[in-house]
Write a protein that binds this ligand. Structure first.
Ligand code: SAH
Length: 226
């Protein structure tokens, strides 16, 4: 999968993309991430990427020209499955959406800043708008990092144990059961004895029951879906 990210702060991705699973996925060539600095596409004398809003009001708006030129250039090279804009008023990211996107070959993710981007980009270029929650961030870079992380770990071959992503919360509309590791006793707190029994069938049954119990308690909405 190829991911092209449009940003005015490419350095913000150095942390999230150069460690752990995303790094490993890139090393294995399962995902290719390209960062494009929107400023490089600005045709204005001072390489501006933002301007005052028409109609007045506070804050600046990201200009249409540098973003449009960058997307046009990318689209000349290949067909994109989605051109995503990170936006607080977009559809909220969830596991189903991550699963869906992880099956694509090429996507663009556009990170906004300031008051947002010129609306005409949203109307004429963007095919999907994704929010990571009902709060406002200063820019789309953290949201883009979260989107990339959630989809990369779902690409087959990225995680060592293939079933590991499948058994995560939300994958089957259930919350994960509790997990434990050694020691079996700590400060008098014991690991549930069933997990030490070696009885695989009973363990799977226990894990399923716990998953249902947790989902009923913490996310009952998941159980009511059709
Ligand atoms: N004025 C806008 C907010 C702009 S915040 C509004 O009220 O809706 C600046 C940029 O940060 C946005 O363009 C967007 O790319 C990003 N951003 C902010 N909050 C976000 C969220 N919850 N999810 C995804 N992206 C977000």
């Amino acid at each position: 999968m190829r991911i092209d990210i449009l940003t005015i702060f490419p350095e913000m991705f150095e942390g999230p993309f150069n460690h752990s699973i995303i790094k490993r996925a890139q090393n294995k060539n399962l995902v290719e991430i390209y960062l494009h600095n929107i400023r490089d596409y600005s045709k204005s004398k001072h390489k501006n990427v933002d301007d005052y809003p028409y109609g007045g009001g506070s804050g600046m708006v990201m200009m249409i020209q540098p973003i449009a030129d960058c997307i046009d250039e990318l689209c000349k090279e290949r067909i994109y499955d989605e051109i995503i804009y990170t936006s607080p008023d977009g559809n909220q990211l969830n596991q189903k959406m991550a699963n869906h996107i992880s099956g694509f070959n090429n996507i663009i993710i556009l990170c906004g800043h300031y008051k947002g981007i010129d609306e005409r980009i949203r109307e004429h270029y963007i095919t999907k708008e994704i929010s990571i929650g009902d709060y406002v961030l200063s820019g789309g870079e953290l949201a883009a990092s979260i989107i990339v992380d959630s989809i990369t770990r779902l690409i087959p071959g990225v995680l060592n144990d293939e079933t590991s992503a499948l058994s995560d919360s939300f994958q089957d509309d259930l919350i994960s059961p509790p997990v434990y590791t050694r020691p079996a006793q700590f400060k008098g707190w014991n690991v549930p004895s069933i997990l030490l029994s070696g009885n695989e069938k009973e363990i799977i049954k226990w894990q399923y029951e716990k998953a249902i119990e947790r989902t009923e308690k913490r996310r009952p909405n998941l159980l009511n879906r059709d």
